[in-house]
Design a protein around this ligand. Structure first.
Ligand SMILES: [Zn+2]
Ligand SMILES: [Zn+2]
Ligand SMILES: [Zn+2]
Length: 152
């Protein structure tokens, strides 16, 4: 934290465990929030922002219409970054796309992943956009492995 930590009068360093933004498991990181334990919602990009008192500007889109939601609970885990398993999944997905696969994103649940080079959809798309140029498709719940709890 570049501004240093402001000790909270009641909570001191105010340590919180971090969790993975994708799957919610522990990332083994500890965040010291100090007084920066206010949750805001951005009216523009819908981002969930955590910051100090009177924060007004969204760090994601620079919109200046943050709405205060609540203070973070004392034992609450904070979603930030990816856990090792999800990092690996992302790296694997990147690798698959380099080798002729395509990224996918589910319009319904927001999950992301990659189809392998041999998937029919990859083959079709790769006729127009040859690897290793990255390309992605948006899919709907009928095809999504997360929505359907099965492999593509
Ligand atoms: Zn994860
Ligand atoms: Zn925003
Ligand atoms: Zn889905």
């Amino acid at each position: 934290m570049k501004d240093g930590i402001m000790l909270d009068p009641q909570r001191g360093l105010n340590p919180h465990l971090a969790k993975c933004v994708a799957c919610g498991s522990d990332t083994n990181e500890i965040l010291l929030l100090g007084t920066s334990d206010r949750m805001y919602k951005c009216g523009n990009c819908d981002g969930n922002i955590i910051g100090g008192r009177n924060k007004s500007k969204c760090p994601l889109c620079n919109h200046t219409g943050l709405k205060f939601v609540r203070r973070v609970d004392e034992m609450e885990r904070i979603a930030t970054g990816f856990c090792d398993a999800c990092k690996k999944k992302k790296d694997d997905a990147k690798q698959m796309v380099l080798e002729g696969g395509v990224f996918w994103r589910c319009l319904k649940c927001g999950s992301e992943g990659a189809l392998g080079p041999n998937h029919p959809l990859s083959r079709k798309i790769r006729q127009d956009v040859p690897a290793p140029k990255p390309i992605g498709v948006e899919i709907e719940d009928g095809m999504c492995p997360i929505c359907n709890k099965q492999e593509l």
